[in-house]
Design a protein around this ligand. Structure first.
Ligand code: ACO
Length: 437
């Protein structure tokens, strides 16, 4: 409850000579917020905060992020420890239930994931009706939304059915993602296997073929686990806030997640990992002259930005980027791509940018997307599927955030206000008297 975190401290606000006392809320990691819940009622004013840079939309027990110190913890556990020691499914359990699973809890979840891994045969026909070049993120979003039509019983008592509903979604989204890739390649669909773990099964569904069976590569499976863990939650970013906002109207989980997938697809959010690879490929195709691109990024008259650089909240470094960069060499070797020229260009670009005044002054560092595309490429995942991979990873976080929002006693429908700046009252003009303005 928000009220449990109100401290003895107060902020003072003076409007037209009148002083208002505003409570200060302090979180468990010492973060402070001015409580303005009664601001409009007491003062007649609202606050305005484009991009919500200073606005807390909720309290949350899920993820702690300190952008200045480069800290990211899920449920109190450091991202570095989780990426080193856990599978993605363990972390999904942690996010959605609040604690790391026992062996039995993990086995039960794995059994559910296997049991739910098929999608309704009628849904498979949907794939035939998207145009061949349809963006995979829009296919994913449409398919996830349609799950609420096939499994409506789950939407009625969402918290009672939460374990089933979340396992169903985590399992099926993987099948949908792999099937949409196979369809786009004109290849036969590969059904999941009961004896494979979550990540192995995904790679099997993506790459197995009757003429070229997929051979499980342990290092590649571990790398995929790591990448999905690093993307699993990131507190109130654009797509997660979308999931919460849409869900606050009390619409079902599937529809809320479908909206989050749509938000993630934008180039300033999850679409950045694809943009990074395209940028590196372009630099490579143009002879590898990366310095020119650094200069272009600094030029105010050029809209070009270094993709994979900068972050709204990380202002010292992105801890996820460090873990991924360290994993790059190992995965490239395991997949026979060591010496990938794109990795060399990425490392050079990073080195030059990190020593450049422009990037230093603005605290611009490589973000999680800067190296993730190189790993996905090495695994064999095409660049138009990168954001889909991000969505697979982010799903447990979205689910946890949706559940927390649904269960929040302070929760209400999300409905920001505005300051109107349009014309004041005008007389109505009949159509025959109107002149073009
Ligand atoms: N290359 C060059 N300059 C940049 C970059 C970049 N990648 N990012 C920010 N800047 C500059 C801006 O031009 C601005 O300069 P100015 O102060 O001289 O006007 C300054 O740094 C601040 O930039 P903002 O856009 O105000 O920062 P904001 O916090 O709003 O944006 C964002 C963050 C969107 C991530 C931005 O850094 C960006 O566009 N990066 C490239 C896209 C990207 O990698 N997105 C992935 C984000 S991570 C994720 O979603 C998982």
């Amino acid at each position: 409850m928000l009220n449990d975190f109100i401290s003895d401290q107060k902020a003072e606000l003076k409007i037209d000579g009148k002083v208002y006392q505003l409570p200060i809320i302090i979180g468990t990691e010492g973060e402070k917020a001015i409580d303005i819940r009664k601001l409009r009622t007491e003062t007649g004013c609202i606050t305005i905060d484009s991009g919500y840079m200073n606005t807390g939309s909720c309290t949350s027990d899920i993820t702690f992020l300190d952008g200045e110190k480069g800290i990211l913890n899920y449920r109190g556990y450091a991202i570095e420890d989780l990426a080193k020691n856990c599978t993605f499914i363990e972390v999904a359990y942690l996010l959605d239930h609040g604690s790391l699973p026992t062996q039995k809890q993990l086995d039960d979840l794995a059994r559910m994931l296997t049991g739910f891994s098929m999608i309704h045969e009628d849904m498979i026909h949907f794939f035939d009706h998207f145009p061949p070049n349809a963006p995979p993120m829009s296919i994913l979003s449409s398919m996830v939304n349609s799950l609420c039509n096939f499994y409506p019983e789950m939407t009625e008592n969402p918290l009672e059915n939460f374990d089933l509903m979340s396992a169903r979604l985590i399992s099926k989204i993987r099948t949908i993602a792999a099937f949409s890739y196979r369809k786009s390649m004109g290849q036969p669909l590969v059904y999941p296997r009961h004896d494979y773990s979550y990540c192995t099964n995904f790679l099997h569904m993506m790459f197995d073929s009757p003429v070229n069976p997929y051979e499980v590569n342990h290092d590649v499976v571990m790398a995929l686990n790591k990448l999905l863990i690093l993307h699993a939650d990131h507190e109130q970013n654009c797509s997660t806030s979308t999931v919460r906002l849409v869900g606050s109207s009390r619409v079902n989980l599937y529809t809320s997640i479908s909206a989050g997938i749509s938000a993630l697809g934008g180039p300033l959010h999850g679409g950045a990992n694809q943009a990074v690879i395209e940028m590196l490929e372009e630099i490579h195709a143009n002879g590898g002259g990366y310095r020119k691109y650094v200069e272009r990024a600094k030029d105010r008259n050029d809209p070009f930005r270094l993709s994979g650089f900068g972050h709204r909240v990380y202002k010292s470094f992105d801890p996820r980027a460090r873990v991924i960069k360290a994993a790059c060499d190992q995965v490239l070797e395991a997949s026979g791509m060591s010496g990938d020229p794109l990795l060399e260009i990425a490392k050079n670009l990073e080195e030059v940018a990190l020593q450049d005044e422009y990037f230093i002054e603005r605290n611009l560092y490589p973000n999680v997307d800067f190296y993730s595309g190189i790993i996905y490429r090495a695994i064999g995942i095409p660049s138009n599927m990168f954001t889909v991979m991000f969505a697979l990873g982010r799903l447990p976080g979205w689910i946890a955030q949706w559940k927390e929002m649904w269960d929040d006693p302070d929760g209400r429908i999300g409905r920001p206000r505005q300051i109107y700046t349009g014309p004041t009252k005008r007389e109505f003009v009949p159509i025959q008297d109107r002149i073009e303005e």
